[in-house]
Design a protein around this ligand. Structure first.
Ligand SMILES: Nc1nc2c(c(=O)[nH]1)N[C@H]1C(S)=C(S)[C@@H](COP(=O)(O)OP(=O)(O)OC[C@H]3O[C@@H](n4cnc5c(=O)[nH]c(N)nc54)[C@H](O)[C@@H]3O)O[C@H]1N2
Ligand SMILES: Nc1nc2c(c(=O)[nH]1)N[C@H]1C(S)=C(S)[C@@H](COP(=O)(O)OP(=O)(O)OC[C@H]3O[C@@H](n4cnc5c(=O)[nH]c(N)nc54)[C@H](O)[C@@H]3O)O[C@H]1N2
Ligand code: SF4
Ligand SMILES: [Mo]
Length: 768
């Protein structure tokens, strides 16, 4: 990155600073990037950032290294005779036109599946133009990383509150935090946007508050907390049901404030009756007295919040657990109040700030089902379980081609072997991705986006889960190379090809401009139709004309769409109707962000979008699923060893293992197991152990530690890059094994279709 001595060093280098939000995880920290002659030479936390106030983690500080990674593709690649060759953009899109369109013309649009990955939630191109691309492909076969992640929480919120309004713990003001299945000391938080989450927990403790962590492992967060409850994996719903039941049975529930806005509150006691601390103790693996105490601590704390994340979502009872988190928040009197579980109000409006306040269409589940496995479609997507079978199973509607936008399903989805074979069998695949990795090695065409430093950014999605209301826009810190295209333009050009429009030249540019304008007009039109919105009844052309930057230059691309969303959002200036309100120009003038204030209490009932206009306390699909939970109380939970995951501070799912500063140090891809299990199985610390599940087998080094519950093993995900044709030199060297060789595409939470990546039954043995 820094040049060695050469002629240039005798001149005084030009040093500039760029400020931007880090897009690498959900925390959204402000970065201060020092550019020396246009090269990133130093990354620090931006001390003036209104939200992160200088916090930075090792990943954020490596963002310059990520930009400089020699394996990050800087020009499109096309596969010829089994090998990738670099081509021009025109050639890449012409190859897609020639290879993909005929398949769709012959077999119909559903023949092309789409998979949308996690970095898409952190990048303006996919965030703003995925919809245009999906429409252009015209397929119903949409998949995403959401069903290996947060879908249960989206569904529980959708059912209870009518939209994906997810309560977040009011970290900075609460007195008591009960945190299940989250390890923010490693992950920096999720569905709870909080830069310096660890620091916020420390301050919570410093002001006399209490942090309780429920986790089968003594995670980095559990080590720091006041109480660690080493739960049996997959039983958070049982635990929370027992806490909820105890609150009711012992007269500790405090629902007076919200009762007028609740439907089904009176049905809760019967639904929760089977779950007493005593009846769940053996299942949960936690003493009844501890459960009872948790209920009473929650009730007696001046304010308290319950927060559940990946360990509560990616498990067998994920939707029930996600729902019960908020049932306990409600019963303990902490939902929607200061210090409790509160709703963020992002500057880019969400369904909960659009349309008629207090009512809406709500969420109905599974209105259509997948062709082969009959999996329900929710939020426009099938669960990833359906993907391999849709590729493998012949017949009308068979998936023969795929477009992947910023995802690595072969690494991140369950049953590696099956999915790898299925994706390898596709007739054509296009990916928008910077690396040649487990998934993209099978592509016919790779369209690489520029690095994070070369793209503008606004956290459209994640600021709606923030613990403080802020808005923060970053322009690109570095220009594109001549060989590069911005990600949003790649998406629109692909969309144009999918519509059978021009794939090259001035005509293609014209098509992109038209699609971009159509996207802007589409967003404006829906804002204009909202009779409760700021621009109701206005004229699209009139508003379009106002979309200019501070110099009066007309905006295009993501900035134009973002400006519309901000101006029509809850803080927006409404195209003149609220002159002091927010615009993109204001954010551009405030590179450290704009503070929009503390989370507001009493958002209920206005925030609700349920047809009843009430909080659906016991939604029908969840009431039905309680039977499955109750049946599981009869199960012998100790029958099998089970596998859970974990994350490390210096990782990011499957794609940040190619940066030396992040991978150095001791081997992290180990199987953690308890000394009792190690003794019983004859496995020594550091020795090779074999793990087998219904679908696969891996061997890896054992790490014997009493920081894990007996009967549980833990393997981190995101490893296993040592596959043929992967071109990520450092990651391949550092490969380890992919734990999704073991995860099972049919072991899932049926309500959401979300894969259970935790609590997977496995057999463990020593390798002699
Ligand atoms: N450094 C780093 N940060 C990341 C990521 C990364 O890969 N690396 N990924 C990002 C992404 S995409 C996400 S979604 C977030 C996730 O953020 P978190 O939800 O904080 O995820 P983890 O750090 O995996 O912590 C999950 C914890 O759940 C525990 N657990 C497993 N099974 C169970 C169970 O059944 N019950 C309970 N109560 N606990 C269980 C695990 O032991 C683990 O400690 O992190 C984001 N941030
Ligand atoms: N066993 C197990 N499996 C898991 C999890 C677990 O806890 N345990 N966690 C799950 C979770 S929470 C998630 S979110 C999923 C993630 O699943 P995915 O989203 O499918 O996979 P990622 O590993 O995030 O890979 C992201 C891909 O995006 C590419 N990429 C990086 N930056 C950009 C960019 O700016 N633009 C584009 N277009 N592409 C980019 C990378 O090269 C990589 O190929 O994994 C899930 N899988
Ligand atoms: S915590 Fe997340 S957002 Fe903050 S610097 Fe680290 S990777 Fe970036
Ligand atoms: Mo995730």
């Amino acid at each position: 990155m820094t040049d060695t001595l050469d002629a240039r060093t005798t001149q005084t280098p030009t040093i500039t600073k760029a400020y931007r939000t880090c897009p690498l995880c959900e925390a959204g920290c402000g970065l201060e990037i020092t550019l020396t002659d246009g090269e990133p030479t130093l990354v620090r936390g931006d001390r003036d950032d209104v939200f992160s106030k200088g916090f930075l983690c090792p990943k954020g500080s490596a963002i310059g290294k990520l930009h400089d990674d020699p394996d990050w593709l800087r020009a499109p690649m096309v596969k010829r005779d089994g090998a990738f060759v670099e081509v021009s953009w025109d050639e890449a899109f012409a190859t897609i036109e020639a290879g993909l369109l005929p398949i769709l013309n012959e077999h119909g649009r559903d023949a092309c599946a789409m998979y949308l990955g996690n970095p898409g939630a952190h990048s303006l191109g996919p965030l703003l133009y995925n919809r245009t691309l999906i429409k252009s492909v015209g397929t119903g076969n949409i998949f995403s990383a959401s069903t290996v992640d947060q879908r249960p929480k989206e569904i529980s919120s959708g059912l209870m509150f009518g939209s994906v309004a997810v309560p977040v713990p009011d970290l900075d003001r609460t007195d008591f935090l009960l945190m299940l299945g989250a390890n923010p000391y490693a992950s920096n938080g999720s569905l709870c946007t909080a830069p310096d989450f660890p620091g916020r927990l420390e301050r919570l403790q410093e002001r006399g508050g209490t942090v309780v962590v429920v986790d089968p492992r003594r995670s980095e967060t559990a080590v720091k907390c006041d109480q660690h409850v080493a739960i049996r994996p997959g039983t958070d719903a049982h635990l929370l049901a027992a806490i909820a039941n105890t609150l009711i049975a012992e007269g500790l529930a405090d629902t007076e404030r919200l009762a007028p806005y609740c439907n089904g509150l009176d049905d809760l006691p019967a639904a929760l009756a089977p779950y007493t601390p005593e009846s769940v103790a053996a299942t949960v693996g936690v003493e009844a007295g501890v459960i009872r105490q948790l209920a009473s601590d929650l009730a007696s704390a001046p304010t308290a919040a319950v927060y559940g994340r990946i360990g509560t979502c990616t498990q067998e009872f994920g939707t029930l657990a996600s729902w019960l988190v908020d049932v306990v928040n409600l019963l303990s009197g902490n939902l929607d109040r200061i210090g409790g579980a509160m709703f963020a109000k992002g500057a880019v409006g969400q369904p909960s700030t659009k349309g008629a306040p207090g009512t809406g269409r709500g969420l109905s589940l599974g209105r259509s089902a997948s062709r082969v496995g009959n999996w329900p479609k929710n939020f426009g997507e099938y669960p990833v379980s359906a993907l391999p079978e849709e590729i493998e199973t012949p017949g009308e509607g068979q998936v023969r081609a795929m477009i992947v936008v910023g995802g690595n399903p072969i690494s991140s989805n369950p049953n590696f072997a099956r999915l790898d074979a299925a994706i390898a069998s596709l007739e054509f695949m296009v990916v928008i991705d910077p690396y040649i990795n487990e998934t993209t090695r099978h592509a016919d065409v790779i369209l690489p986006p520029p690095s994070a430093l070369q793209k503008s950014h606004y956290d459209l999605a994640l600021l709606n889960f923030a613990v403080h209301n802020v808005a923060n826009y970053s322009p690109a810190a570095l220009p594109l190379d001549d060989s590069q295209m911005d990600e949003w333009e790649i998406m629109l050009r692909l969309a144009s090809v999918m519509l059978g429009q021009a794939s090259a030249g001035a005509e293609a540019a014209q098509d992109i401009a038209e699609m971009d304008e159509a996207a802007a007009r589409g967003i404006l039109s829906s804002a204009i139709r909202d009779s409760y919105g700021k621009v109701h009844g206005r004229d699209v052309d009139e508003l379009m004309a106002q979309l200019v930057d501070a110099d009066g230059t007309p905006r295009t691309g993501p900035e134009r769409l973002l400006d519309i969303l901000l101006r029509t959002g809850p803080y927006g200036e409404g195209f003149g109707s609220d002159p002091d309100g927010l615009t993109l120009s204001q954010l551009e003038a405030n590179p450290h962000g704009i503070d929009l204030g503390e989370l507001e209490p009493n958002r209920i009932p206005d925030l609700l979008r349920t047809p009843s206009g009430l909080i659906e306390v016991l939604p029908e699909p969840l009431a039905a699923d309680m039977n499955r939970l109750t049946a599981s109380l009869e199960r012998d939970w100790s029958e099998s060893m089970v596998l859970v995951g974990r994350r490390h501070l210096r990782s990011n799912n499957s794609w940040m293992h190619n940066i030396k500063v992040l991978t150095k140090g001791k081997n992290r891809c180990t199987m953690q197991l308890h000394p009792d299990d190690a003794d019983r199985l004859g496995i020594e610390d550091g020795a090779l152990a074999r793990v087998t599940s219904r679908v696969g087998e891996v061997s890896l080094a054992a790490e014997v530690t009493n920081g894990i519950r007996p009967g549980v093993i833990s393997i981190p995900h995101g490893f296993g890059q040592n596959l043929p044709d992967v071109q990520m030199a450092i990651a391949t060297d550092y490969a380890g094994v992919n734990t999704n060789v073991l995860s099972d595409e049919y072991f899932l939470d049926p309500v959401s279709g979300n894969i259970a990546l935790n609590g997977i039954p496995v057999q463990v043995s020593a390798v002699s």
